[in-house]
Design a protein around this ligand. Structure first.
Ligand code: FAD
Length: 302
């Protein structure tokens, strides 16, 4: 029996979940062309939304706006813009909220962000929003935009303890945010264990699990280390010696992600967020294997 299906909001009796996708902004004409293909594939799976990342500390903002605009040009695709407040004044951050709203985004994923190249304890900008919760409040107070926040099944590195991390998530969702989206994880038991604690803490909004497509195992392992996302030993063994662009690497990545998605669906999760790594081939194969419903041509044309 499902551990979590009895909780309303974000869970339904077992079945194929709906998906949303996360993309990095395109930074060149060639990447924009690739984005068009990615958008076509994502659209096929009728996503809840596509979200576009945003570089904390002033990097790649124009590219994010460009990609948000490009995706908004795809008929029927809702777009969520990520927004970080690290290193930015309130006025600078508010200007981005207004810019996203003017572009026509459906929502904003409100994030604290990290300051690139700065180590040690996090320091908010003296005139800026304090953190994800403070920024979520600003987006909600503005009105008309869905607001999302981030969650960490394996504990945010700065939180100190699982208890503190869940208390922070509770604060963020108490702002009235619509849902949380999790950091990626590779063992669904970590998510289910986290969700038991989340529900026990009296948090009832959806907490959408994030599934990463392993486009390049070595790169993913290095990044996961920084995020404190555990890579189970069997994954190290499975990818050992495989070149990132080999057929076997790709097939394995898709099989693993599809398995995670199907297990989550079987446990009653009705929405999964896929970190696409801007790879339409991996998105298509994974969603196909996981049985994600596709829009028929006729429905797409309506
Ligand atoms: P918060 O929930 O605000 O805080 C996380 C922890 O930091 C808290 O538990 C607390 O321990 C500590 N903290 C918070 N505020 C303070 C403070 N004022 N002083 C001291 N400590 C404090 N990053 C990007 O740059 N761009 C993106 O597009 C992006 N997208 C993401 C999408 C998802 C789904 C996820 C899960 C993460 C994403 N990130 C992104 C990474 C994110 O910015 C970092 O994980 C960041 O360190 C925390 O952001 P947050 O909003 O979760 O922080």
């Amino acid at each position: 029996m499902s551990i979590i299906s009895h909780v309303s909001g974000g869970f339904a009796p077992g079945g194929n979940p709906r998906v949303s996708f996360e993309v990095f902004p395109a930074r060149s004409t060639m990447q924009s062309d690739g984005m068009a293909e990615l958008a076509r594939v994502m659209r096929k799976y009728d996503p809840v939304f596509a979200s576009v990342t945003y570089g904390a500390g002033g990097t790649s903002h124009q590219a994010s706006f460009g990609t948000v605009g490009q995706l908004l040009g795809v008929d029927g695709l809702d777009v969520v813009g990520h927004l970080t407040c690290a290193g930015q004044s309130r006025a600078q951050t508010d200007a981005v909220i207004e810019r996203y709203a003017a572009q026509g985004v459906k929502g904003i994923l409100a994030l604290r962000g990290d300051m690139p190249g700065i180590s040690g304890p996090y320091q908010p900008h003296p005139d800026g929003y304090e953190n994800g919760a403070d920024l979520a409040t600003a987006v909600i107070n503005r009105g008309s935009l869905d607001t999302y926040v981030a969650a960490y099944p394996e504990v945010h590195p700065a939180s100190g303890s699982g208890h503190a991390c869940i208390a922070n998530l509770k604060t963020k969702l108490a702002t009235g945010a619509k849902a949380a989206i999790t950091q990626f994880f590779f063992d669904n038991r970590d998510y289910f264990h986290f969700m038991e604690q989340v529900r026990a803490a009296g948090i009832y909004q959806p907490v959408v699990p994030g599934i990463l497509l392993i486009h390049d195992f070595a790169k993913v392992a290095s990044f996961a280390g920084k995020c404190k996302a555990r890579i189970p030993d069997h994954l190290h063994a499975a990818f050992d010696g495989l070149a990132p662009h080999s057929t076997r690497h790709k097939a394995l990545a898709c099989e693993l992600a599809a398995q995670q998605i199907m297990q989550l669906g079987a446990q009653g999760v009705d929405h999964v967020h896929i970190y696409s790594m801007n790879r339409p081939d991996l998105v298509d194969q994974t969603c196909g294997l996981a049985g994600i419903a596709q829009i028929t041509e006729m429905a797409g044309a309506m």
